[in-house]
Design a protein around this ligand. Structure first.
Ligand code: MN
Length: 283
């Protein structure tokens, strides 16, 4: 199933060029208030909700996709995790271009592990992202994101799929400055996720998801997730050894070669034949 959050927190199913409004199934969610469990309550119940959606989808109201605003398909992650330098060709590129890492040594992911982006940086399809006023270089990194569905703690790579709700496209937008990653990758709008969540049963091979980045109509990046240095399963194992992954947590799995800066007015589009197309405009 392809699930989206649209307009003011409505839940939709993507059906071709339509969005089917299935908000009614969320009536079953508990009103948890202060006792809220960690993570995203919708993603945490995705299996039950997909079953309930199956029961109402036939007669549910439809909207044209172009008429709705698609928000990030996760509303309340406890963490947005980034994987630094997780494609061999990007590692070579980062070692060759000193600007990418401010002249510092580029360390392999196995040495430095992952980083966190602020949850407040979350943005969705069609959003406008403000560049820093000082004109520092900013690169949009096209990535495949995995969305956690069930709590994961000390999970082995081979079991990781049991903890995955689905996949989406992402832009891990990054200031190329001397700041720590947690700061320079956390500006408002710098964690773009969407256009919707695709459940694993819809994907022919979850370890070979193709995707590409275009900026201003020109292709910059193209890869598939079989080229990752550390696979989705290995990233879940690596991260869950340090902290619990909660439903709705997002792991941006890393960007391939071809990173380059954007300027105000640029439109960046990451697309995939199996995950859809996700665009933002820079201002
Ligand atoms: Mn990245």
């Amino acid at each position: 199933m392809k699930l989206c959050r649209f307009d003011l927190d409505r839940l939709g199913v993507i059906d071709g060029d339509d969005v089917i409004d299935v908000l009614a199934v969320l009536d079953a969610l508990p009103a948890t208030r202060w006792a809220r469990e960690p993570g995203d309550p919708v993603v945490a119940r995705l299996d039950a909700l997909c079953e309930a959606i199956g029961g109402i989808v036939e007669g549910a109201p439809r909207r044209a996709r172009g008429e709705v605003r698609l928000a990030a398909p996760v509303a309340t992650p406890t963490k947005i995790i980034g994987a630094p330098v997780n494609y061999h060709a990007h590692l070579a590129e980062a070692r060759a271009d000193r600007d990418l890492h401010q002249g510092r040594t580029v360390h392999p992911i196995d040495e430095i592990g992952c980083f966190l982006k602020a949850n407040s940086a979350l943005a969705g399809h069609g959003d406008t992202v403000a560049l820093p006023v000082d004109g520092t270089r900013v690169d949009p990194e096209a990535e495949v994101a995995v969305i956690i569905g069930a709590p994961a703690r000390n999970v082995r790579a081979v079991d990781a799929h049991r903890h995955v709700a689905g996949y989406a496209l992402a832009l891990d937008i990054s200031v190329r400055g001397k700041q720590d990653r947690s700061m320079r990758k956390s500006c408002d709008g710098f964690a773009v996720l969407g256009p919707w969540l695709v459940t694993p049963d819809e994907l022919p091979d979850v370890d070979a998801i193709p995707f590409a980045l275009e900026v201003g109509g020109e292709r910059r990046q193209a890869a598939d997730t079989s080229m990752l240095i550390r696979s989705v399963g290995e990233l879940v194992e690596m991260c869950s050894a340090f902290y619990t992954l909660w439903p709705g947590d997002v792991i941006m799995t890393g960007t391939p070669a071809g990173v380059a800066p954007v300027v105000a007015g640029d439109v960046a589009t990451v697309s995939s034949p199996v995950l859809g197309s996700l665009s933002v405009t820079f201002r």
